[in-house]
Design a protein around this ligand. Sequence first.
Ligand code: ATP
Length: 479
Amino acid sequence: MAKDKKKTSKLDSVASLCKRRGFIFQTSEIYGGLNGFWDYGPMGSQLKKNIRDAWWQDIVVKNENVVGLDASIIMHPRVWEASGHIGGFSDPMVDCRECKKRFKADNLCEEQGQELIQDGKKFQLPEGIKCASCGSDDLTEPRSFDLMFKTFVGPVEDDSAVAYLRPETAQGIFAQFSNVLATSRQKLPFGIGQIGKAFRNEINPRNYTFRSREFEQMELEFFIKPGTDEEWHKYWVQKRLSWYESVGLPLSSLELDEHPKEKLAHYASACTDVAYAFPFGVQELEGIAARGNFDLSRHQEFSGKSMEYFDQETNERYIPHVVEPSAGVDRIALAILCEAYTEEWIPKGGEGEVIKVEDADLGKRAPEGYEARTVLKFVPKIAPVKVAVFPLLKNKPELVEKAREIFEELQEYWPCFWDVAGAIGRRYRRQDEIGTPFGVTIDFDTLEDNTVTIRYRDTMKQERISCDELLPFLMKKIR
Ligand code: ATP
């Protein structure tokens, strides 16, 4: 129990900082919010952009056999019949008759160390499952709940106008497979990457942004020759792990969860989840699946259009197989925030050791002789703001002018922060809380010898550097 309390408190600390510093807000907060929907503020929107850019760079830009796509959110409803989502994309739901709370049945069982019993499309709760909210065992039988958001296209709201908000971005890629192949002159193996919004009417959105009803996915469909599935699946698992490390999630914080063969969908030959040790448990960030030719075959069947590939090397015609790394931007952003979130007690006056605050002590007052600092230790390429520029005094026009010159030069390259207000120590702390890796202070010496003070967020060390070296120095560090 005590363990759980400790676990909740780290997520609470992260959420509170995210609100205070403009990372994440409840959507439509002024109207009381809407469960399962979130808005990303000035810092959060830039953080998410950096995550998307890092993925796009690693997956699309740096692989000449991967191309990009930006498909529409609403597609022809037949797409979802072919993919199996219509009528098949649902979660088992149970209600507590006592407190009226609603749960995703598989999660409820898992949290209580059991497994939901499944027989084809029918579900049953194992013995002893209780309501996670009030502890009652008066629960309804699990029943399927459709996760697709429905809408209507055009002015008439009848059955012929029904459409769906996409529950995943992948199907946009499969539906455009032939057009992309014909226009990009790619040969197998090749991939199509896409980033975009997806919508699922989740039964029980929770754990902050982890399970939302509107979220963003980054998906790659990597088309391959049948028979090479295993080797490409392994390749993408390793490649994705290195990417996670590069954005600030060390391997020690990640777990690979390989799905046992008997739990795979009938068409899949492998599926491995990349999971992160969140404060609320180890949970999925990405699924990497070898899906055979299921999706393309289904679209061929439903559309009547060929999805075959002509292999010039072997003179064969076949429907390619696919390996799909499918990641969620919002979950990765939350993992990065949790990983970066640090509280420290630093000795007043600067002498002595900095103490890293343990999770159990987060939010506590610093001991005598120390002061607390909160810092987001983002890797530079993910940090929303890369450099903050501070003229030492705001009422000295010559300092402000020189600082502004430096600020505007750096702004050409990165999001930078201009801060003239308050004591310099307080200005540093504000930047620590949004994770800005570098601070540049312009003082009277700058006017004399053309040097500035550069301050490092993590060590708080400071050094003088010539203004002429500043840009190349930061270029190297931020890359
Ligand atoms: P879960 O089992 O947690 O519901 P899933 O296995 O259904 O996830 P996929 O369909 O494989 O998820 O989607 C790929 C990725 O999209 C997930 O790994 C996750 O990062 C993201 N994702 C899926 N559902 C949500 C959601 N409701 N909120 C935020 N991200 C999501």
